[in-house]
Ligand binder design. Sequence first.
Ligand code: ATP
Ligand code: MG
Length: 582
Amino acid sequence: MSDPKSAPKTDPRTDAPAAGEAGPEQKPRDFIREVIEEDLRSGKHARVATRFPPEPNGYLHIGHAKSICLNFGIARQYGGTCNLRYDDTNPSKEDVEYVDAIEADVRWLGFDWDDRKYYASNYFGPLYQFAEELIQKGLAYVDDQSAEEIRVNRGTLTQPGKPSPHRDRTPAENLDLFRRMRAGEFPDGSRVLRAKIDMASPNIVMRDPTLYRIRRAHHHRTGDAWCIYPMYDFTHCISDALEGITHSICTLEFEINRPLYDWVLDHVSVPCHPRQIEFARLNLTYTVMSKRKLLQLVQDGLVRGWDDPRMPTLAGLRRRGVTAEALRLFCERIGVAKRDSQVEVELFEHCLREDLNTRARRVMAVLRPLKVVIENYPEGQVEELDAAYFPDDPPKMGYRKVPFSRELYIERDDFMEEPPKKFFRLAPGREVRLRWAYLLKCERVVKDPATGEIVELRCSIDPHTLNQNPADGRKVKGTIHWVSAAHALEAEVRLVDRLFKVERPGEERDFLQDLNPASMEVLPAARVERSLSEAAAGERFQFERVGFFAMDADSRPGKPVFNRIVSLKDSWARIAKAEAGK
Ligand code: ATP
Ligand code: MG
């Protein structure tokens, strides 16, 4: 999608404080930055090197944005570097489609890895050598047990593990077997290489973890060069060390793997020993973030693709019209903590409104049109009225002309035949202000004789009230938006809403059962004001009184399509209340 309006005004690479600017007297923003500043102060490190290590098995989502902002943000803040590294040790689930999408997403978020793009698979050679080193030191052995036997013999939280009968093979025997594993002499799954650590360790991760397995799978980069693949725990720490990473920032579930991270680096001859620091991953209410579940939504056709505007993927958020700035703002607001928690999606929506409020032009669009005929306005007459794009500060975004004529459309919701007390919009015999135009009075209601449905309102205007109050001092409370019937463009409006209807999808039943059936109401025949005929896909607007919208890439000449980015108010609270009252 072409997206000129989202290009950052300031170069995001330089708008953060430069190295050292955080200053000694200024408190670091979070515990990770505290560690980093201490390491810089003490001279443990002269520079900061981080990495963002996605596995190319899915699209990036808003949780990854937190990790990207943290890793790239820290590098930028302290004048260091952040590498992009594909953690591609699992050949069967990975794909180049994902690699390309990941790069587009990181760049879009406003970050760059320059020439530091790496693949864990590039290290297969050195990793193999380090495995041989462990074998020669008597710290790794080839195990012939089946996966099931290994699992059972690993023990439990309360019971120590049982050593493998092959645990005491000699280094020479292990080396021979490992080389033959690599040469393809043994079938898949028949043998693994394990670290020889401690089968009685209270930390199950340390009970002789698997380092290599045999797997005849085609790898998206190394092809069929390897039939053995290193495990994540062996690969990740060595990759970090080979790249000279100083701080290896990861999510909390890796806390129990940290002793293994350190063990491996302590026992192979790598150039340095990065420090692993864990932080709480982002969880959002009404959202699923698991790549497996997101893939299922796409594969089962429950959404329109990875970039469906309801998806929490960066591609989806971008298509919905969310800006990179809003995402960075959100990531800054939520901060970084050590305890897992759930962030309310309302906070995200709040950041969207805050961001869009200052950048989106105000225009008029009628989602569910009701025809209005102004009986005292001459047929064929058209007035071009001035309307400010940003009424709070008109010079900021300028003006456009809005055509006014005898036949208009207003929002169906803005008329009630029998209005309740607090309804200040249009009703029979009542007057409202038409935005940027006249006072309008409803004289008569025209109904379909067969169905009783209201098809048209016959109205009048007070011609002396163009953008001014009536001379007789009568008060009019409501203002409504409208478009000229003859000039408006027909548009498809997609009312994007939360994809799930419960706070924690999947907590009480299969997550698919928690899908919100009203997550995207499509209004095929909305009407938008004439000025939008010049809009381009990706442009964002506030439809006055309705919400923030972005023009979708599905738009065709003469038939624009708009996605709702976020409503103006929290309509969800109201809907939930109404549901509860049923
Ligand atoms: P998988 O289960 O496939 O490993 P993952 O969510 O860990 O999924 P990765 O591609 O491995 O996905 O993630 C890349 C980086 O992004 C990792 O460092 C990971 O910790 C981080 N990350 C992933 N999800 C979140 C999240 N919800 N909040 C913060 N960081 C995240
Ligand atoms: Mg992962």
